[in-house]
Design a protein around this ligand. Sequence first.
Ligand code: FES
Length: 319
Amino acid sequence: MTDRVPLRLRIAAIRYEADSVRSFELVAEDGRVLPPVEAGAHIDLALPGGFTRSYSIINTTGPADRYLIAVNREADSRGGSAHLCDVARVGDLIDVTPPLNTFRLAEDAEETLLLAGGIGITPILGMVRRLKALGHCWRLVYAARSRAAAAFLPEILVLAAANPGGVTLHFDDEAGRYLDAAAAIGAASPQAHLYCCGPEPMLAAFKSATAGRDPDRIHVEHFAGTAARPSGEFTVMLKRSGRTIVVPAGRTIMEVLQEAGIRVAYSCRSGVCGTCETRVLDGVPDHKDNVLSPREQASGKVIMICCSGAKSDLLVLDL
Ligand code: FES
């Protein structure tokens, strides 16, 4: 797991939020105040069976005395959501990393449009709560399969009542189609910051619809990692230790470093959580992750070593 020192948290409450969604309140075992939370941040939970899963923190305002997360019980869960939704009980202890934010909210934006699909509402709701607390303008588009599948719907209806015209709800079963992301975005000004978290087809539609906009104002959070791996052989030099290691084709930098006995921070191992981010001192990364923005990838200054490779023969890393 990550090198960030884990917190031992206790499940203080479990609540029904929608058909397959439960929320969990996590508090420090000894009642301590927890590390503060930024809107968009997530924590990684170490679960039985060696699973590590990332969940967005929803309570982005108020005292940091607990973290509120929500979990969608995946039908084909291999142990992450199945454990939390079927097995975990109030009072259980879980090791949790401090918050990490790879989906930052531009808190100074004059216009903010947020699109959420399904359980993607979790980071988005945390952002709405934060923007509301700041007194900023925001618009939310929330799509779900049905009303029964829409988590946090009562809170969102209250937000809608207090922000007329600011909330658009879309239910696939009532509309008879999926959300038209391009139409939802259409009215946003070029200055607006746009956010999206949801299933991959929704993210693809969002990226397509925002392709002509300023990339610094487009923000995406993926649930799913990437199956991509480095395709060719290259060499990594570890600047701090002076070691040089060959990464064969099809292997990841992380795998090869771990086999060489080198400790590296990790969580998802699939380019989605940001835990393994490593500074690049020389060479050209071949990015495969779902974390870095296009601008961050183009800068070549950091790399997710769990999935990305190299376009150059040599990468010099700050390790
Ligand atoms: Fe999650 Fe690399 S371990 S992005």
